[in-house]
Design a protein around this ligand. Structure first.
Ligand SMILES: [Zn+2]
Length: 439
């Protein structure tokens, strides 16, 4: 008997750590707002499903495999297949089967899906509730190419997990944590999953970027354009982990960009944003130099904090972020030049080294007229025909935190077989951080 108890005790002791670890390994749940203010939603499932009242758990209807069910907004609340129901919130219940998914508007989702009236609107909100790790399966391939080196995809997975944790409750007043667009992170459900992205999530399960023990707002962007930016120079808040650092995105397809506008086009764009200063005369911005930049109107990477437009009837200061939105620029890391095309050319006869005579055409460049007080930070606009305002810039996105193209370049140079290199990538782009296992 005593021996049996001893064996049982030993067995329990052996099992206990595993059981504790199991309990500690639960991924938190996340509520993702898929759509809001919809008049009609179509649900179905390859395994069949039921619709229940989310408050009473009472089953309102059960549906066969692949049967389509239409949920609509009605003045009295919610209607299912045209019949009004008393429930204020519906939840789709799937049979307990591994891999079962609910289809909403032809897209598949893991976890559960609920529908409630959009607050203050005549429409419906659809919410997908699922473990955070499974949510990540549905976003990684939308945020980065899963065909990129595995260490870059893993760095993205950790950044996305950290960012999601930081965003929990962002849309609480709408009845969910995060939305499914670029405002939070682009989420496409099970339909958007990719085996390589799923592997990156699984291999970094529970890992997050922390600063002094707390998950950071792990912003990421496409391409830093040679240098990333301090957070306060883009949208206000100073965060010690979000500092400008050298980027390795020189091979990015978004490294350098250019946009040309005529004076009329630029004036029209500013006017559509409510900026009315008459005929544009000059733009005041310090010249773009190599980082680290110390100009008052630029951040450490050279990203424009603000610039001044001077017109015939006044002047205005516009933030770099606002101008980026107005003109649809790839980034705020740019310089501006005012140019005129070659208007004239001269032809003259030459005799080449073989003694043949030839006609050579040489353009005469017409430079813009100098402004009243031409200084390096003033780009004068003379108003001559064909004058072009050229924006030459670098990078793609806000430039804070992880640069995806830079992560790719770092991963390509990672030591062969180093499956922990994603930590180096994260520690480069986030300053003074640790990679911590949350669960
Ligand atoms: Zn959002």
């Amino acid at each position: 008997m005593r021996k049996a108890i001893l064996i049982l005790s030993l067995l329990l002791l052996a099992l206990l750590p595993a059981a504790l670890a199991e309990a500690g390994q639960a991924s938190p749940l996340i509520m993702v707002g898929l759509w809001s203010n919809q008049t009609s939603i179509v649900l179905s499932s390859a395994d069949g499903f039921s619709l229940a009242d989310a408050e009473t758990s009472g089953i309102l209807g059960s549906y066969k495999a692949k049967e389509k069910v239409t949920v609509t907004f009605s003045s009295s609340g919610i209607a299912v297949n045209g019949q009004p129901v008393t429930a204020r919130k519906l939840v789709a219940v799937l049979p307990p089967k591994a891999g079962a998914a609910i289809e909403v508007n032809r897209r598949q989702y893991r976890g559960s899906v609920s529908i409630h009236r959009t607050a203050g609107k005549n429409g419906l909100t659809v919410v997908n509730t699922l473990p955070l790790e499974e949510y990540l399966y549905g976003i990684i391939a939308r945020e980065i190419s899963p065909a990129w080196p595995a260490e870059a995809v893993k760095a993205q997975a950790v950044a996305a997990r950290t960012y999601a944790l930081h965003s929990l409750g962002k849309h609480r007043s709408d009845g969910y944590d995060v939305c499914a667009t670029t405002d939070c992170q682009v989420y496409g459900g099970k339909t958007a999953e990719d085996a390589r992205a799923t592997k990156a999530v699984d291999e970094t399960r529970g890992l997050v970027v922390t600063h002094k023990g707390k998950p950071i707002p792990a912003y990421f962007h496409g391409s830093g354009g040679g240098f990333t930016e301090n957070s306060e120079n883009v949208w206000g808040g100073h965060h010690p982990a979000l500092r400008g650092v050298a980027d390795f995105d020189q091979n990015s397809s978004h490294f350098r960009w250019e946009k040309q506008l005529t004076q009329k086009e630029l004036e029209a764009a500013l006017e559509s944003a409510g900026i009315r200063i008459g005929s544009l005369q000059s733009i005041e911005i310090s010249p773009l130099t190599k980082p680290p930049v110390k100009a008052f109107d630029r951040g450490v990477s050279g990203r424009i904090k603000e610039l001044r437009f001077v017109g015939s009837s006044g002047s205005t200061v516009v933030s770099g972020a606002k101008l980026r939105t107005i003109l649809g620029l790839n980034s705020t890391l740019f310089d501006i030049k005012v140019t005129l095309p070659a208007e004239k050319s001269v032809q003259f006869e030459i005799t080449d080294s073989y003694g043949d005579r030839d006609l050579k055409t040489v353009p005469i460049n017409v430079k813009p007229l100098p402004g009243k007080a031409d200084k390096p930070n003033i780009r004068s606009i003379s108003g001559r025909a064909n004058e072009t305002i050229v924006f030459t810039g670098y990078g793609w996105g806000h430039g804070i935190g992880l640069s995806q193209w830079g992560a790719k370049a770092m991963a390509e140079k990672a030591p062969a077989g180093d499956t922990a290199y994603f930590r180096e990538i994260l520690k480069h782009y986030y300053t003074g951080v640790e990679i911590s296992k949350l669960y």
